[in-house]
Design a protein around this ligand. Structure first.
Ligand SMILES: C[S@@+](CC[C@H](N)C(=O)[O-])C[C@H]1O[C@@H](n2cnc3c(N)ncnc32)[C@H](O)[C@@H]1O
Length: 294
């Protein structure tokens, strides 16, 4: 049976008509868990989406109600399923060279001086925060290689992180269905990808050498010590409430070199205390400024 829109807002009544009982109380418990674990805000309008994404999990587990599912993911023994719930409720949409103006800005304004410094022994650090399945960091890597083919022999590294272990594993595999390469310019595709079995395409070793994938929750602790020349944090803050977004931008500032760049998603904006630390430098592109320059 397909799920239909919320029919009631009473705690004990079904929120979505479908195969499994799904009350407002169930929805509130799931939203609270996802908010606590990942900072993701699920408004009531997402009830149908929550139902349809998690109904598959209930079927796989042989459960008959969301009440039982909530009990499982709240319990110590449900820790693995809780991770699966989170993965099912995150939106992982991404593509190579998404929001292409960021990669033009990176190529024309940001990378040339950084790569010159790298040729003289300097280091370059770029972070793709909430990288999904890796198309964003690999687009950064292609942009670097297009300017500096010897980049893997220099001290140049791209850190790619996401909360979803499945996405991190996909990125680490560096292999994609051929149709996902649509946004990659032909000359880049010829130089740095190769076809493998099953109609898939593999990122070249030079690209993979530049990118390191790790799990990281943006609302948790960050183990990184160094600072980044550029941070990409795109299309994830939209799932957070304003105060969580403001905290996130403020946490990036100390990790972003003064003069470095922060790229954010097309419908996002810097807010909170960080507005004084970032100066617009293009569409959804910001330059980190020193506190004294305020
Ligand atoms: C829509 S994708 C954006 C991917 C890429 N940045 C882009 O713009 O194409 C959002 C990603 O954010 C991740 N995400 C959601 N909440 C997160 C959190 N608290 N910490 C880290 N990653 C998170 C999801 O797993 C998902 O892969």
């Amino acid at each position: 049976m397909t799920a239909s829109a919320p029919t009631s807002t009473r705690p004990g009544a079904n929120m979505v008509d479908g195969e499994f009982a799904f009350t407002e109380a169930d929805f509130r418990r799931i939203s609270a868990m996802v908010h606590g674990d990942a900072g993701i805000h699920l408004p009531d309008a997402k009830a149908t989406l929550v139902y349809s994404r998690l109904a598959k999990r209930l079927r796989a587990l042989g459960l008959t109600s969301f009440k039982d599912y909530c009990a499982l993911v709240s319990a110590v023994e449900g820790v693995d399923e809780r991770q699966k719930m989170l993965a099912a409720l995150t939106t992982n949409v991404t593509r190579f060279f998404r929001e292409p103006h960021h990669f033009e800005h990176l190529k024309e304004k940001v990378l040339p001086p950084l790569l010159d410094a790298a040729r003289r022994g300097g280091k370059v650090r770029i972070w793709s925060a909430a990288c999904s399945s890796g198309q964003e960091p690999f687009s950064v890597a292609m942009t670097i290689l297009s300017l500096m083919p010897e980049a893997p022999d220099r001290d140049i590294k791209i850190l790619a992180t996401d909360i979803d272990p499945n996405m991190v594993a996909e990125g680490r595999s560096g292999t994609y269905a051929a149709h996902l390469l649509d946004g990659v310019p032909d000359n880049y595709r010829k130089r740095w990808t190769s076809s493998v079995a099953g109609g898939e395409v593999r990122m070249a070793d030079e690209l993979r050498a530049l990118v390191t994938f790790n799990e990281l929750n943006l609302i948790g602790d960050w183990p990184m010590k160094g600072s980044f020349d550029a941070i990409f944090c795109r299309n994830v803050a939209i799932y957070f409430e304003d105060d969580t977004q403001a905290r996130l931008w403020s946490r990036f500032a100390p990790l972003n070199k003064v003069g470095g760049t922060l790229y954010i998603g097309h419908s996002e904006r810097i807010q909170g205390a960080a507005v004084d630390l970032y100066k617009p430098d293009g569409v959804t592109t910001y330059r980190r400024v020193a506190e004294a320059a305020r």
